[in-house]
Write a protein that binds this ligand. Structure first.
Ligand code: NAD
Ligand code: TYD
Length: 343
């Protein structure tokens, strides 16, 4: 099988490349990635040019994408701007990549007649849910510019399927964690800061609920759905093991042997969804189930970051983009923060 993985130099994309090339010695992958601040060739260094073709470029570049599709059996479309806090500060790149870029990918697939297209989407498009879990039939109600831009991409996928017969299926997954996640997302952000003795900014009361899935389980679901999913269908992917942000943070600190006094309560994120929850029984009935529980996955994740301190420090210390955002965004919040667990 020859797969095109967009966003393959990012967190989930690079883990997906490992899954595709690791499970089948005949498999070939083309990665198309713009190498934004979130992507790095370092994430793909395990694979040589005999198995992996890397192309630096933009998913919104229709001509470029068309030129890559000959002989491609399946497109895994992951390239996106992904950080909610950045979308609060400025949404233009999110619309350009997540919505317009997805449209151009669909057009390229239509013109090339690519046999399968997986739109890798998120639980966030459904919005917050107080009780119960979203099924694939629920309406979309995104709360922030990131999720709205992903919802726009999802809608275009369904339209391209209905109007043009493009064989698209949509996957919507809960929060991922694992090796190579960019350290602006909760777990690696807090891990790196805690180890450096820096305060951990929890938004609001820390009682927001997320359902954490180990990245390898997500990638196995994507490979599985490329084979067994039906075009035109939507599949939720979830661990069904929800935790509050405070629980996740306390478990992390306990595993690291560090004090909970590092936790600070900061002003909440605007538009912050209280709870995400997905019903993934449609996918589970086809035969997929997660294999890695949260404790095991967390231990593996911590072990990876500790064995790859250079990867983390290169971003934290060398990346101007990283410092600019994290300093601007958190300096003010932390200066007016309060201790979560006062001495
Ligand atoms: P990431 O931010 O780690 O990586 C995104 C990658 O896309 C980067 O390598 C970046 O260089 C590339 N990219 C960005 N804009 C591009 C463009 N215009 N053209 C080509 N490449 C571009 O993201 P991630 O966490 O790995 O997420 C991957 C996908 O999975 C996204 O579509 C996201 O919406 C979805 N998703 C993520 C999660 C999660 O918890 N991380 C959960 C559900 C769904
Ligand atoms: P994040 O990793 O940004 O993923 P998402 O917003 O897509 O769920 O955040 C996970 C949760 O952690 C979310 O409820 C926001 C919260 N959070 C904090 O409380 N403080 C932080 O510094 C960050 C980055 C996230």
């Amino acid at each position: 099988m020859h797969s095109l993985v967009t966003g393959g130099a990012g967190f989930i994309g690079s883990n997906l490349v490992d899954a595709l090339l690791g499970e089948d010695p005949q498999a070939r992958v083309t990665v198309l990635d713009k190498l934004t601040y979130a992507g790095s060739l370092e994430n793909l260094r395990a694979w040589g040019p005999d198995r992996l073709r890397f192309v630096q470029g933009d998913v919104a570049d229709l001509e470029l994408v068309q030129g890559l599709l000959e002989g491609v059996d399946v497109i895994f479309h992951l390239a996106a701007e992904t950080h909610v806090d950045r979308s609060v500060v400025g949404a233009e790149p999110f619309l350009q990549t997540n919505t317009v870029g997805t449209y151009r990918m669909l057009e390229a697939a239509r013109l090339a007649g690519t046999p399968r297209f997986l739109q890798v989407s998120t639980d966030e498009v459904y919005g917050s849910i107080d009780q119960g879990s979203h099924t694939e039939n629920d309406p979309l109600k995104p709360s922030n510019p990131y999720s709205a831009s992903k919802a726009g991409g999802d809608m275009l996928c369904l339209a391209h399927h209905t109007t043009h017969g493009v064989p698209v299926l949509i996957t919507r997954c809960t929060n991922n964690y694992g090796p190579r996640q960019y350290p602006e997302k909760l777990l690696p952000f807090f891990l790196a800061r805690a180890e450096a003795g820096e305060p951990l900014p929890i938004y609001g009361d820390g009682q927001q609920v997320r359902d954490w899935l180990y990245v390898e389980d997500h990638c196995r679901a994507l490979v599985f759905l490329a084979r067994h999913g039906q075009p035109g269908e939507i599949y939720n992917i979830s661990a069904q093991g929800e935790k509050t942000n405070l629980e996740v943070t306390l478990t992390l600190l306990e595993r690291l042997g560090l004090s909970r006094e590092l936790i600070r309560r900061v002003t909440d994120r605007p538009g912050h969804d209280r709870r995400y929850s997905l019903d993934s029984s449609k996918l589970r009935q086809l035969g997929w189930a997660p294999r890695v529980d949260f404790e095991t996955g967390l231990d593996r994740t911590i072990a990876w970051y500790q064995a790859n301190r250079d990867w983390l420090e290169r971003i934290r210390l060398d990346s101007a983009e990283y410092r600019k955002f994290s300093e601007q965004y958190y300096r003010e919040r932390l200066s007016s923060s309060t201790a979560f667990f006062p001495r």
